[in-house]
Design a protein around this ligand. Structure first.
Ligand code: MG
Length: 408
């Protein structure tokens, strides 16, 4: 069996999904997601110019050897652009494998450990009452877990993932007006003084059963993060996400020494080598990698297995930048993984998105139920894809009140 051709598509409804389609001499094809948010043309070019020509003629069933060829075979290893491209290839090869076996991927991993996988929604508010309304909206829809972010009194502009105006239904972080980022202002003092009390009010309002998650988005120093994690202990958070910038892994030790608040990290990691020490030293409780960014199903399954040996559960990234293909790959791992924790989930199911990526995966009452179709269980409608093209976008950058650039 041979790979005969592969094509890359960039575009989607209000998104720049990077979709890879690998064709074979037996008519079976595989699909993968290489979407690297706000840098989408780069993994697409890497695939087209360097990787696809090398894949032609290879046996697509040898997904492990092909992954090693891509990663170990490269002199300059890793990085988000390369790993997203490898992630798409690996996903597509697993899709082919599942279709050849006539089995959904979770069966190839070891079958189902659960019927439905719990997800969490994003509740946001310009202020606390606005956030309470947003949480209620998701609780009424049956969600058991909600990530909560709200505007901070005294903060000069909207902070991370918070709508600028009250009552705004949705907040898209990517600004499609171009590649020049907007500027947000961050002020740690008001945040540290306000947010622990706001989280306590949310707990009091919604009771002990709701899983409350909060994302710090790398904004605190290790000492501040330790103080914050300690201050919110009575709230009983499901997790505190990205308290400090991910590259300083020693920071997690300080937080651990001072607090029992569960810590989740890893959405910007693109290698198992960025996960292994945090997992082995048991400095985190949830590992947040995404199948696309971390290089595909093959390396992420290894991360999940290592995590399982150290009481670390999964909490895969599920930002709107991940296409339904990445979310499907994660849904299959979530159905199987004995150490599954939770899945981030933003409503992707617009009619336009469903038309581009038809599938039987479904979300109900805050749980995702995986499709039983062979492979990833998601198709790609190339006629629909012709409606879309690349549209440049950007994330904001963050500056402190005196203008100093800070962590986004
Ligand atoms: Mg996050």
């Amino acid at each position: 069996m041979k790979i005969t051709d592969a094509r890359v598509f960039v575009g989607g409804p209000k998104k720049n999904y990077v979709t890879l389609k690998i064709m074979t001499d037996q008519g079976v094809y595989g699909l993968g997601d290489a979407t690297l948010n706000n840098r989408e043309t780069l993994p697409a070019a890497y695939l087209r110019d360097y990787l696809i020509p090398a894949l032609i003629g290879m046996d697509p069933r040898n997904s492990e050897d092909i992954w090693q060829f891509l990663y170990r075979g490269a002199y300059f290893r890793g990085g988000p652009i390369a790993m997203a491209a490898y992630g798409a290839i690996d996903m597509a090869l697993w899709d082919i494998k599942g279709k050849l076996a006539n089995m959904p991927l979770y069966q190839l991993f070891g079958g189902k450990s659960r019927e439905g996988a719990m997800v969490y929604a994003h509740a946001t508010g310009a202020d606390l009452p606005d956030l309470m309304d947003s949480i209620s909206h998701y609780v009424e829809q049956g969600y058991k877990a909600v990530r909560v972010q709200c505007g901070i009194p005294g903060m000069p502009s909207a902070s991370y993932a918070v709508p600028e105006e009250k009552g705004e239904g949705k907040h898209y972080i990517t600004d499609f007006s171009g590649v020049r980022p907007k500027v947000e202002t961050w002020d740690t003092g008001p945040y540290m003084r306000y947010m622990p009390g706001a989280l306590a009010e949310i707990r009091a309002r919604f009771g002990p059963e709701l899983h409350i998650l909060h994302d710090v988005h790398h904004r605190l120093t290790p000492r501040e993060a330790a103080e914050f994690a300690k201050a919110v202990e009575p709230v009983g958070l499901y997790w505190l996400e990205d308290p400090t910038p991910a590259e300083d892994q020693e920071a997690l030790k300080l937080i651990r020494q001072h607090s029992t608040t569960p810590i989740a990290i890893g959405e910007v990691f693109n290698s198992a080598w960025q996960c292994n020490k945090l997992i082995e030293q048991e400095l985190i409780d949830y590992i947040r990698v995404a199948v696309t960014y971390a290089g595909g199903i093959t390396p992420v399954k290894r991360i999940v297995d290592l995590a399982g040996m150290h009481h670390v559960k999964t909490g895969f990234h599920g930002a709107p930048s991940h296409s339904p293909l990445c979310m499907a790959a994660q849904a299959h791992i979530n159905a199987w993984a004995p150490n599954f924790g939770i899945q981030e989930y933003l409503v992707l199911g617009t009619p336009e998105c469903d038309a581009l990526f038809p599938s039987e995966h479904r979300m109900e009452n805050g749980m995702v139920y995986v499709s039983d179709a062979p492979g990833l269980g998601v198709d790609f409608d190339e006629a629909e894809a012709k409606k879309y093209s690349f549209s440049p976008g950007s994330h904001p950058v963050v500056r402190l009140t005196d203008g100093t650039l800070w962590n986004y």
